[in-house]
Design a protein. Structure first.
Length: 392
């Protein structure tokens, strides 16, 4: 009697275990027949820790593999209302299957499953990124890379796979998500593989800037420039950095490098002119402003800067003339004529600046002053009326 009871107990346990593994088989059958909801319900029963009958199916690696396959199908068929982020859950299921499959009996099928999952994650990352769901895109890329680092994937590939494009894209998604630390991590990693030129360094620089870490941001720029000395974006950032510090000589060094790369960029000549002015090298500044105009005749800044240089020269002469004794009339008149020549030279530049932007008050006031200095009364009155109409 005792022996019969023991046999019955063993049989009962075997049937119970088989019943729960049968749930996995049923779930797979439902999936293949297209009934995703029933497939999901069946597999969830097999992995439910509160279900006492699931104690045999939960540690079975095949359970988690099938669950991953069903979750992928939920994603592909866009079945709503069953589970949030089915691909992320599929990843966790496959990961669990890999951990439980100690004997490696499922390794071949899991490699196939994981390869398909990487494809789905990559597609979902692109969809999410284009929909401005940057944090989701970032996670997709991160899971993609984690799969590549699974031992069974490395063993299958035979070599360690480094997907630099995925690393870079992860950094880009993190950057857009304003996850600055992650962005820095992945851009630095992509840069270590010499991927995408100076772009990685520039994004890392911007991420450090967003964090408020000025020192590291500049170190990133300098490192990038050291590796990519012809990268225009890095050079421009270095120019702006040294301009901000009023370090004219350093700024000019990088401006000249930028000009060598982009000789038809008028802004570079204007920037160099500004730096030369700061250094007191006015003739050199004039040359740069004129070169900038030569490259692009429709810019506001170089015309305005030239007009200011010549106008200031006229003012200096007037101030000096005012120091001449009243008895030296001829000498005074000669100096005033010299001043007028400077004002006359300034005039076409300020008028051109006005034609480009007729709303800028600084231009209007400068133009009015020059018309007054040159005794061009009609034009003075015209500009004066316009200034008055614009003044509250």
């Amino acid at each position: 009697m005792k022996k019969s009871f023991l046999m019955y107990l063993i049989l009962f346990l075997s049937v119970s275990a088989f019943a729960q593994k049968g749930k996995v088989t049923s779930a797979l059958s439902y999936k293949e027949s297209g009934d995703i909801q029933k497939a999901f319900e069946a597999i969830q029963t097999a992995v439910d820790p509160e279900n006492p009958k699931a104690e045999k199916s939960i540690p079975w690696p095949r359970t988690w593999e099938v669950r991953g396959q069903i979750l992928q199908e939920i994603f592909k068929k866009e079945v709503k209302g069953l589970i949030d982020e089915p691909l992320f859950e599929a990843f966790e299921s496959y990961k669990k299957a890999v951990e439980l499959d100690e004997k490696g009996t499922l390794s071949k099928s899991l490699v196939i499953d994981l390869t398909f999952l990487q494809t789905d994650l990559s597609n979902y990352a692109i969809i999410s990124y284009n929909s401005e769901k940057y944090a989701t895109a970032q996670k997709c890329f991160e899971l993609y890379m984690e799969i590549s680092n699974f031992d069974i994937m490395k063993a299958n590939a035979g070599v360690e796979v480094i997907d630099t494009a995925i690393i870079y894209n992860t950094g880009l998604a993190a950057f857009k998500a304003q996850n600055w630390d992650k962005a820095i991590h992945f851009f630095k990693k992509a840069a270590s593989y010499d991927y995408n030129g100076g772009s990685c360094y520039h994004f890392a620089f911007q991420s450090y800037q967003a964090k408020g870490d000025t020192l590291e941001s500049i170190n990133m720029l300098k490192e990038g420039f050291s590796n990519y000395p012809n990268d225009e974006i890095l050079i421009v950032e270095l120019i702006n950095y040294y301009i901000g510090l009023n370090k004219a000589e350093d700024a000019i060094k990088f401006i000249d490098l930028a000009i060598a790369e982009k000789p038809n960029n008028p802004s570079l000549y204007t920037a160099k002119g500004g730096m030369l002015e700061k250094m007191g090298k006015v003739e050199g500044a004039i040359e740069m402003y004129k070169k900038s105009i030569e490259v692009d005749p429709e810019q506001f800044t170089p015309y305005y800067n030239l007009s200011v240089i010549y106008y200031n020269r006229g003012v200096e002469v007037v101030n000096a003339a005012n120091q001449i004794p009243p008895s030296e009339t001829e000498k005074y008149d000669a100096e005033i004529e010299k001043a007028k020549e400077h004002f006359q030279t300034s005039l076409p530049y300020i008028e051109k600046a006005y034609s480009i932007d007729s709303t800028e008050m600084a231009i209007l006031e400068s133009l009015r002053t020059i018309y007054y200095r040159l005794q061009m009364n009609d034009k003075y009155n015209e500009i004066n009326k316009k200034i008055q109409s614009m003044t509250p």
